[in-house]
Design a protein around this ligand. Structure first.
Ligand SMILES: [Zn+2]
Length: 413
């Protein structure tokens, strides 16, 4: 491997284009000499960012809209997907997962955490389908697999044993869904017991409603502290937080910051399913992203569902999630747009505990070259990706050019 030099890249926070020198899967230097025999690509002033990081997606239940009806509420979506799940096979799950992985990689994603449902309906079929993809896709993407109890643990007997088997077979972490169980407190405790027994990270789907009727996050904060699991816990949705009076929001947010818990906002699903019972001025139902960021809580924006009853649209392009957050969370200034880029790069990398992430010498050479120059345009202009690089090698090269034939003499046929 002779290295790769991306000439004349624009890097976030620097005005003048510079050369990114990649060698041995790492960033060897910024503006330094090229290693002998290195390939050179002219970036021509395009922006480079670290690779996009998908913190929360469901590969196993993606791309179901051709076989399942759309839902009106979270409960409907769970029921409809649960019924479809009875007919999942390993091959079917794997084929749909591959399609979504390919979309994500082409959009610049170089690391991903996927939830894989483990329960008495589907057993370990999801895990069996997805685990081999970790290796298959390793040249293009780091895949983390979360054994996820979507159907509850106490109300779905057998799930705890299945989660143990999933972790023993190589799932990277454990995921819970306390709002979908008969005893949310015990559910949370069981997930932490598994996490500490197997020494794995934790990821909860939590407090996903228009009104603050669960607030299970409080127990998660307390259990994270007690287990000493700071930096190893993420919570997704957390939309109920936005429904609390500001002082109560701040109290919970302080708890999250002190306990070292990251938050994952899922704007496509949250906007799609929230406020469904509001006849007038339907609520947006997003967790308070600005408030969380201001308090120093890492916030990732993630895809969650791609074309299933929970969200019937989706492309697995994280730039779209940042765009949705810009409009729905009122984050449109240049500084806020740059914060939203952090929410699809730096923050999720921290939640996934990716080692040596970023655009510094010595970091892993995972990056995206964008068809734009300014960082805020990643969100504002939804530019194309020119190149995606993983471990110092080009994994995706886009060749896409529109020809304005209407401007050419006799150009329109
Ligand atoms: Zn989810």
């Amino acid at each position: 491997m002779g290295g790769l030099v991306l000439r004349r890249c624009r890097l976030p926070g620097r005005d003048d284009p510079t050369d990114l020198v990649l060698d041995g899967g790492r960033i060897a230097s910024i503006g330094g000499p090229a290693p002998p025999g290195a390939e050179t690509i002219d970036a021509a002033g395009r922006l480079a960012t670290p690779g996009l990081v998908e913190a929360h997606i469901h590969l196993d239940k993606a791309l179901l809209t051709e076989r399942v009806a759309a839902a009106e509420t979270v409960e409907d979506a769970s029921r409809l997907t649960g019924e479809a799940k009875r007919r999942f096979t390993v091959d079917d799950i794997r084929a749909r997962a591959r399609r979504v992985l390919d979309l994500a990689i082409a959009a610049g994603t170089t690391a991903m955490r996927t939830h894989v449902e483990v329960d008495p309906i589907v057993g370990l079929a999801g895990l069996e389908a997805i685990l081999p993809l970790r290796e298959e896709y390793a040249p293009a993407l780091d895949l983390q697999v979360c054994a996820f109890a979507q159907e509850g643990i106490l109300q779905a007997p057998g799930t705890e044993a299945l989660l143990r088997r999933a972790l023993a077979r190589g799932a990277d972490l454990v995921g819970g869904c306390p709002y979908n169980d008969t005893d949310a407190g015990k559910h949370i405790d069981l997930v932490f017991e598994l996490a500490t027994a197997f020494d794995v990270d934790v990821d909860f789907h939590v407090d996903f409603a228009d009104e603050p009727r669960h607030l299970h996050v409080r127990r998660i904060v307390e259990r994270t502290r007690r287990a000493g699991w700071g930096g190893r816990v993420a919570v997704g949705h957390l939309t109920e937080l936005a429904a609390l009076p500001p002082a109560e929001q701040d109290e919970i947010i302080r708890g999250l910051a002190e306990a070292g818990i990251g938050v994952i906002s899922l704007p496509a699903t949250d906007l799609y399913l929230s406020g469904r019972r509001d006849a007038v001025n339907p609520r947006r139902g997003l967790t308070p992203i600005r408030r969380l960021l201001a308090a120093g809580v890492p916030v990732a924006l993630a895809t969650n569902n791609v074309r299933n009853p929970f969200t019937t649209v989706g492309t697995a392009d994280l730039a779209h999630m940042a765009f949705l957050a810009a409009v729905a969370a009122h984050m449109g200034t240049p500084a806020q747009l740059r914060q939203l880029v952090d929410a699809i790069t730096i923050h999720p990398a921290r939640l996934l505990r990716l080692p040596d992430y970023g655009l510094a010498p010595g970091a892993r050479a995972d990056l995206v070259l964008w068809e734009c120059e300014r960082l805020e345009d990643v969100v504002a202009a939804q530019p194309g990706r020119a190149l995606v690089v993983k471990d110092g090698r080009v994994t995706v090269q886009w060749d896409r050019r529109a020809r304005a034939r209407w401007r050419e003499p006799r150009g329109i046929l």
